[in-house]
Design a protein around this ligand. Sequence first.
Ligand SMILES: CC(C)(COP(=O)(O)OP(=O)(O)OC[C@H]1O[C@@H](n2cnc3c(N)ncnc32)[C@H](O)[C@@H]1OP(=O)(O)O)[C@@H](O)C(=O)NCCC(=O)NCCS
Length: 173
Amino acid sequence: MTTIALRRVTADDWETWRPVRLAALADAPTAFGSTLGDWADAGEDRWRTRLSIPGALDLLAHTEDGAAVGMASGVPGDDPGTAELISMWVDPAARGRGVAAALIRAVATWAARAGAHTLELSVMPDNAGARRAYEHCGFRAVDEPGDALPDGRHEVVMRRDLAAERPQGAGSA
Ligand SMILES: CC(C)(COP(=O)(O)OP(=O)(O)OC[C@H]1O[C@@H](n2cnc3c(N)ncnc32)[C@H](O)[C@@H]1OP(=O)(O)O)[C@@H](O)C(=O)NCCC(=O)NCCS
């Protein structure tokens, strides 16, 4: 299998991050809250703002030849002790090889080190592939509705306990 390296990006990497995010929005138009139309003409300032969320981690996954094949971000959650996984995408050609799992592991480790006990995400109810991938990576759907969708359905909220990722000496959850 090709070796995958994860790289943390910042606002100064917006020109590298932008085509990957646009590829994600084009490839999976119903998977995200944002659409390609929302971002196709976005200028530098908007990309820099997206990559400057306070306390966030933005990752790109690269193959050995430098091609970006995936992305994910972690942001502080709404509730204390929580972090949220967002913007998760893997290039179709690189799927099924653990790229998403590696990104999720990195975001989980980052979140635990930042003091979170729970990593949370929202997924579209009909995104069965992503829901299964998240389950394989330790997330469980919770019995509370996520954000409302225009058609009346709600996003599905999934959570993963971060006890296993917590640094030694940080106490038990
Ligand atoms: C969801 C997505 C990120 C998964 O990426 P991936 O790199 O193929 O996932 P991985 O190879 O790391 O798989 C992780 C686990 O999920 C399983 N899995 C992945 N995709 C799956 C699918 N479609 N159906 C069932 N299981 C799946 C894998 O077998 C693996 O399990 P294992 O660790 O027990 O072997 C990718 O399909 C994608 O980008 N989809 C479009 C965008 C999207 O839906 N993003 C989520 C928005 S909330």
